[in-house]
Design a binder for this molecule. Structure first.
Ligand code: M6R
Length: 359
């Protein structure tokens, strides 16, 4: 039931702070230690490489997961689009461990990969929102997202819940592998900060709707750019905009633009810079400048403390490893308000199904 909300998507965006609190209370202890199935951690400890498999938004959550696993556990991690992995038979390491990310647990392409993984007796974990779904039943281990039903075709709270669960799991595995960085990463406290931070962004809805009207409603194409973890969020931000507002949007590595794609920038093309990492903030700023001098209308989603100028959405300060949990929220709201102000059916965009059960 969407209650007083005009669309499920807005309700589901609003639910994200509570989902973060729920993950903290279910998967961590008062002491801050992760509360994760020990057998799962023991199995993962044997792995020499992690393979994350997903489609669409779940694939994008996997890209963030790679950064988390590599930082916190030092286990090399690959992320694969399910429909590609299924038929390309990528070369595997000696001891692979598979993580399937799927909100619905029913995506046919991911299931095809899991059938193969099981045929080889490899161990796997499904992270899903739906208990007893196909991917839930067929994997060795499972972790639930506890996000509550996600009805809107555009995935929002499942993405942030997937990243939350990946961060908890990476922390648990990193500790088991005695990585100092994992021991020092207080995931329980961070998820609390994320919940408060998400709420602060959500409270700025009206300002974000104004930006959506100014930049995105009048346009047919747009760019999100960033570096590193911000680049992965740029992909998810662009996907949100494409699927519900039909603006042709691209997420891009900001330094790669000038190797060709910058040719698409025209007078008035909106370009959003996502800037949450201290080390690369200035670089992304100068890439934004490059688009401005070719006529782009730019604004930024910036982590508090990093210099801001022009139209800016500030996101509260959290650990640099988990900034996607906050930087994606303005992009979700931008997509929502662009679709709404274009008079489109936000929850049921054309040509799309909530769960894709054919290959
Ligand atoms: O249920 P899943 O997470 O496996 O679904 C994967 C994609 O189909 C899904 O994320 C899709 O990209 C969403 N519509 C994105 O908002």
């Amino acid at each position: 039931d969407k209650g007083t909300y005009p669309y499920y998507m807005l309700k589901e965006i609003d639910e994200q702070p509570n989902v973060m609190r729920k993950l903290a209370s279910l998967y961590t202890q008062e002491s801050g230690r992760p509360n994760v199935n020990q057998a799962l951690i023991n199995t993962m400890k044997q792995a020499d490489r992690i393979y994350i498999v997903g489609a669409g938004t779940s694939y994008h959550a996997g890209l963030v997961g790679k950064k988390l696993f590599e930082k916190l556990t030092h286990v090399p991690t690959e992320v694969h689009v399910a429909s590609e992995f299924a038929y390309e038979n990528p070369l595997l390491s000696d001891n692979p461990f598979f993580i399937f990310l799927s909100q619905s647990g029913e995506t046919a392409d991911s299931r095809e990969v899991l059938v193969n993984v099981n045929a080889h007796d490899y161990k796997s974990l499904t992270i899903t929102n739906v208990e007893n779904s196909t991917l839930f039943r067929e994997a060795t281990y499972t972790m639930l997202l506890h996000a509550g039903p996600e009805i809107s075709v555009a995935s929002t709270k499942a993405y942030t819940a997937q990243i939350g669960v990946e961060a908890i799991l990476a922390k648990a595995l990193g500790e088991a592998k005695q990585q100092v960085i994992a021991e020092e990463f207080d995931i329980r406290q961070q998820l609390g900060l994320v919940a408060t931070g998400m709420q602060a962004i959500i409270d700025e809805k009206e300002m974000i709707e104004d930006l959506a009207k100014k930049y995105f409603v009048p346009t047919s194409k747009a760019f999100y750019i960033g570096r590193g973890i911000d680049q992965t969020v740029s992909l998810e931000s662009a996907l949100k905009l494409k699927e519900i507002s039909y603006v042709q949007a691209e997420g891009f590595a900001s330094g790669e633009l000038k190797h060709g794609t910058i040719a698409l920038i025209e007078d008035g093309t909106p370009v959003v810079g996502i800037i949450t990492q201290k080390r690369t903030a200035n670089l992304t700023r100068s890439n934004l400048q490059e688009t401005m001098s070719r006529g782009a209308k730019t604004f930024t989603i910036v982590r508090n403390g990093l210099a801001q100028e022009g139209d800016t959405i500030i996101i509260p300060d959290v650990d640099e490893m988990i900034t996607p949990l906050l930087s994606v929220v303005p992009a979700q709201l931008i997509a929502y308000y662009t679709s709404l102000n274009k008079g489109l059916d936000v929850d049921r965009p054309r040509n799309l199904a909530k769960s894709v059960t054919v290959e």
